[in-house]
Design a protein around this ligand. Structure first.
Ligand code: TYD
Length: 140
């Protein structure tokens, strides 16, 4: 379950399908069906120290959906106007981040695994790593 304080228009919760039977739960993802883009890249964060701080950037074009496949963490989202905290801990609930969203991830539990689905291959030039530059872009 994800607890959020408030939702911004540039981030939203995605609920994935689940097939449950006595053998366990099965969740699946099809690009452009269960997430709002074709999936060009998948990456995951693991072996994460509990006091780690990840993210600290936005993207010009990239869209992503983040999941807590195991354990839990906080995803802090900032669209330049509104800040939202998502607490991810359910593998079948993700957070879709549109472009131009500043994100930070912290409060990792022991053994947390964060899986990210991305709309584009890795491209460093798509990153905005300076917060003031980010504000300048989103506030025009
Ligand atoms: P970064 O996106 O800054 O990590 P996070 O947002 O989780 O804190 O990426 C960290 C490093 O990994 C950086 O040097 C770029 C590299 N990287 C790739 O080479 N390919 C990828 O798909 C990603 C996500 C990162």
């Amino acid at each position: 379950m994800i607890n959020k304080n408030e939702m911004t228009s540039r981030s939203s919760i995605i609920d994935l399908p689940v097939v449950s039977d006595p053998r366990g739960d099965l969740t699946f993802i099809e690009g452009a069906r269960h997430v709002p883009f074709q999936i060009a890249r998948v990456y995951f964060l693991y072996n994460i120290p509990v006091d780690s701080l990840r993210g600290g950037h936005a993207h010009h074009e990239l869209e992503q959906v983040l999941f807590a496949l195991s354990g839990s963490f906080r995803l802090k989202v900032d669209d330049g106007t509104t800040t939202t905290d998502y607490w991810l801990r359910n593998p079948r609930q993700g957070v879709h981040l549109r472009n131009l969203v500043w994100r930070e991830i912290d409060c990792f539990s022991q053994g947390a695994v964060c899986m990210v689905l991305a709309s584009q291959p890795y491209e460093e030039s798509d990153y905005i790593r300076d917060y003031d530059a980010f504000l300048g872009i989103v506030r025009g």
